[in-house]
Design a protein around this ligand. Structure first.
Ligand SMILES: C[S@@+](CC[C@H](N)C(=O)[O-])C[C@H]1O[C@@H](n2cnc3c(N)ncnc32)[C@H](O)[C@@H]1O
Length: 180
């Protein structure tokens, strides 16, 4: 397969399955923007383990694996999407991102959407931030909860890449300079 075929496949699968309750089906993020963001993320970490949380048919995982040489995985809750992901040689498994237990294993974590309801999206993001390992990168589009205390390595109005600090994201109080 090549990138054109992957993008063609994204168009064909765009929202083809029944709607999920409070969540978006497979509505792919713009491939061009994804590749730019991943280029920046991959060049800002030595870690190679990538996760698309809510990967759909695995098109972004395919790109991470085949264009960027990352150790790439995806998770989703729609079996049809996962079968398609496996058919293009992508490693993807059935897991619900609301209770996924292995966020701490990855160096770059990406998601797009996936929840329609603000509260669910915010709850997912808050848990994700807490469970990511220090030093890992978060690559987000339309984040509900931005981790402002983290170092931001890329910023556009709605898109960003943040690095979780080694202290886990605790705000460090600034020391005042002693009065002379
Ligand atoms: C908007 S699509 C994004 C697809 C892909 N990540 C991309 O960027 O092109 C959101 C995906 O999240 C999945 N999803 C929704 N709720 C989920 C949940 N609770 N756990 C795992 N995946 C979920 C949907 O099935 C869908 O494939």
């Amino acid at each position: 397969m090549n990138l054109d075929e992957i993008q063609q496949m994204e168009q064909e699968w765009n929202e083809t399955t029944p709607k999920l309750e409070n969540a978006y089906g497979f509505q792919p993020f713009r491939m061009h923007d994804f590749r730019v963001m991943l280029m920046i993320a991959a060049s800002n970490t030595k870690g190679r383990k990538f996760l698309d949380a809510g990967c759909g048919i695995g098109s972004k995982v395919w790109v991470a694996q085949n264009e960027f040489g990352l150790d790439a995985y995806g998770i989703d809750i729609v079996d049809e999407y996962l079968s398609q992901a496996h058919s293009i040689g992508v490693r993807a498994g059935f897991a619900d991102i609301r209770d996924y237990q292995a966020f701490g294993e990855y160096d770059i974590i990406y998601y797009y959407g996936p929840f329609r309801e603000y509260g669910e999206q915010a709850a997912f993001e808050t848990r994700l931030h807490a469970e990511m390992k220090p030093g890992a990168l978060l690559m987000t589009v339309l984040a509900a909860v931005k981790p402002y205390s983290w170092e931001q390595v890329f910023r556009r109005p709605w898109q960003g890449i943040w690095r979780k600090p080694d202290n886990g994201g605790q705000r460090v109080p600034r020391r005042r300079a002693p009065l002379q």
